[in-house]
Design a protein around this ligand. Structure first.
Ligand code: ACO
Length: 325
């Protein structure tokens, strides 16, 4: 089997910034509550008319540039998103056209906040078994389009953005181990009930605010801490490694208290945990890949370093991945 690694990363965050001070004017909340309960200070919000493919294509162009690869040479595009441009066709197909990646096979995956780790795992299989030479994996979300701006329990948490990674065969290192999981019995604690075949759009679904994300935050908090801890431990065991072998952990950016609780359980010092939640909030599938991109561009992940990605999201789904950079 061929070794597969990430050879270029990119991100795009919309220009408009929504601060906690702005949110204080929209719902009954405070900067103090949001900061202490979540670690979030501000988040980026897409402009009117800006869809997931618009964000994703800009992140993809930066990743291709950093990978020194032309779009026309791409063989596979996987887009992880829960806020695609339309229910069908795939946002990956729309991005293929915008990039001019005519050769690429394209599809979307729905794995919420775990989408990027699910995506690179899929891409890795295709490259390591020789089906395709390379792949572009994008996490892109316009969560502002499914956020209920009247619900203080959720609207303070989310933001918009996109990140992208180009994968190809590498001579050494690359993806060392991946672990994925799902517990479908917990669909009810985080979902968007309206707009699918269960509750197609009607006046009643709109009136009942069913086209917005619904979440039982408190319940999720506890599950997230335990699941992310277990995912990190499992992937390390699979790889026959310990935390001493890991230079940087990049966790899903849902809540800084979840992240620090996981780090404490795992016995990892804060300086080895990467955070961008303060500036970006939770961007679901885009969170992991933008955090990875920023860590690389800031020099916090250097050639030869070993990073552990640890994700969790609606489904419930989870995953972890160890990469030698
Ligand atoms: N401002 C002020 N007060 C608020 C706000 C707000 N924005 N939101 C809730 N409160 C209030 C509640 O009404 C409650 O008041 P009450 O005690 O009078 O009833 C109080 O604050 C405490 O509420 P809790 O829900 O217990 O607050 P908690 O400390 O659990 O924090 C939070 C809530 C931030 C949502 C947290 O539970 C969390 O981060 N959960 C996990 C989210 C997550 O992991 N999502 C998964 C991924 S997302 C994806 O896949 C798309």
């Amino acid at each position: 089997m061929k070794k597969v690694g990430i050879i270029g990363v990119g991100e795009y965050l919309p220009d408009r910034i929504l601060t906690n001070a702005h949110l204080e004017k929209m719902v009954d909340t405070s900067d103090e509550w949001i900061t202490t309960r979540t670690g979030i200070k501000e988040r980026h919000i897409a402009a009117a008319g800006q869809a997931a493919s618009d964000l994703g294509v800009l992140a993809a162009q930066q990743a291709l540039h950093n990978a020194k690869m032309k779009a026309e040479d791409l063989e596979l595009i996987v887009v992880a998103t829960i806020t695609g441009d339309m229910p069908f066709p795939s946002t990956a197909a729309i991005i293929q056209d915008k990039l001019g990646a005519k050769k690429a096979v394209c599809f979307d995956i729905s794995a919420a906040c775990a989408g990027f780790v699910y995506g690179i795992s899929i891409a890795q299989q295709f490259i390591s078994n020789g089906t395709y030479k390379n792949a572009l994996v994008i996490g892109t979300e316009v969560l502002s389009s499914v956020t209920d701006w009247k619900d203080r329990n959720t609207c303070v948490l989310f933001g918009d953005g996109a990140g992208a990674a180009v994968l190809a065969e590498v001579p050494k290192g690359g993806i060392i181990s991946t672990y994925l999981g799902c517990d479908g019995s917990k669909v009810g604690i985080l979902n968007m009930p309206g707009g699918g075949s269960r509750n197609p759009a009607t006046h009643a679904t709109v009136d009942n605010r069913m086209h917005f994300l619904k979440m039982e935050g408190n319940e999720l908090f506890k599950i997230a801490v335990n699941t992310m801890t277990r995912a990190a431990e499992t992937v390390l065991k699979q790889a026959n490694m310990t935390f001493a072998d890991i230079d940087l952990i990049i966790p899903h950016q849902a809540n800084s208290r979840i992240i620090m609780a996981v780090a404490k359980k795992l016995g990892i010092p804060e300086e080895r945990v990467y955070l961008n939640i303060e500036r970006c909030g939770n961007m679901s599938s885009a969170s992991m890949v933008t955090a990875l991109c920023e860590a690389v561009l800031e020099g916090k992940v250097k050639r030869g370093d070993t990073v552990l990605l640890d994700v969790f999201g609606a489904g419930l789904v989870w995953g972890a991945c160890i990469i030698e950079w």
